[in-house]
Write a protein that binds this ligand. Structure first.
Ligand code: 3HC
Length: 283
């Protein structure tokens, strides 16, 4: 199936990154959020990211203008009626995703694929809120979206091979490398990553080393581009806690229990880079 028009639901750090790479790949792109302010902020973030690319001479100023021109901001879901593919990237709450998917199912044309960028919620469960579970799939981008090569493609129980092939082709057109996995809690990526991040948070809680020390050990010793605590701040501590909850519920294994420190940071609203304070402070 040929995809020409894509709508991204959610203009936050993942949503605006996905809208950016969609527009860079030449797709007609809509980027939706619930208010003008949120969509404007998403557009500003995209402009900033494209500015970095212009400065590094990866694209020209004219390319930037053309890419931005392919993105239409939207505060309703109505443009879904013109789309071949919708990619949802809203908060990790099943009730909110359920409402969005049932609305998209009503609005989008019959051929349209409905994808979720969920970091860990079950694709099969999301698909059950639509009348087209065979066209629902996980398209899990990594943060920062414009830079990271992976798209984890998650096949729900009913997802057809044609839908998977289409989504793989779109990911490749966006300059990404799609890798498939089954619909299990945390998929492949976050089942591994969150255990590492949580272990680092337990170490910090127990005073095994400072935050800087833990991160340096993992960077210098394992050649990771950033330490697990800095990465947790990049992802968002609320998201880390939510994913650990999904892993704990999904497998019933105590190895996924979150560090108490993580819970108190989230309760304090210290969510990482996006709030200016998490494990580290950001000016
Ligand atoms: N837009 C465009 N380009 C960007 C960018 C953005 N938002 N952010 C960074 N870049 C570019 C820079 O311009 C630079 O380009 P260059 O190589 O041509 O010079 C390159 O990316 C590297 O950036 P910086 O030099 O500013 O910084 P670093 O070298 O420290 O790299 C990083 C930053 C890419 C974030 C790197 O630290 C990294 O790879 N960190 C790990 C990220 C990671 O693990 N992400 C996955 C998180 S898990 C996830 O998302 C799943 C979810 O479900 C939780």
């Amino acid at each position: 199936m040929e995809v020409k028009t894509i709508m991204v639901i959610g203009a936050g750090q993942m949503g605006n990154g996905i809208a950016q790479v969609a527009a860079q790949a030449g797709y007609t792109t809509f980027m939706n959020d619930i208010s003008e302010d949120l969509v404007d902020r998403g557009m500003t973030a995209i402009a900033g990211s494209l500015d970095r690319m212009v400065k590094k001479e990866k694209i020209t100023a004219d390319d930037k203008t053309a890419i931005l021109g392919r993105i239409t901001p939207a505060v309703t879901l109505d443009p879904a009626s013109e789309c071949d593919l919708v990619i949802e990237a809203v908060v990790e709450k099943m009730s909110i995703k359920a409402d969005i998917f049932s609305a998209l199912d009503r609005l989008a044309p019959g051929h349209a694929i409905l994808a979720s960028n969920t970091s860990s919620l079950p694709i099969t469960g999301i698909a059950a809120h639509t009348g087209r579970p065979e066209k629902v799939i996980g398209m899990h981008f990594m943060n920062p979206v414009p830079v990271m090569k992976l798209v984890e493609v998650i096949n729900g129980l009913a997802t057809t091979p044609e839908v998977t092939a289409t989504v793989r082709a779109v990911a490749e057109a966006m300059g990404k490398i799609p890798v498939e996995c089954r619909d299990v809690p945390g998929f492949v990526s976050n089942r591994v990553l969150m255990v590492m991040i949580n272990e680092a948070l337990w170490e910090l809680y127990e005073g095994v080393a400072t935050a800087e020390g833990i991160d340096q050990i993992m960077k210098l010793g394992m050649n990771h581009p950033m330490g697990p605590l800095a990465l947790a701040d990049l992802i968002g501590l609320d998201t880390v806690l939510a994913i650990l909850g999904v892993l704990q519920d999904g497998y019933g294994d105590p190895k996924y229990r979150p560090s108490p420190l993580l819970k108190s940071y989230v309760a304090a609203g210290w969510l990482g880079r996006k709030t200016g304070r998490g494990i580290y402070e950001y000016k």
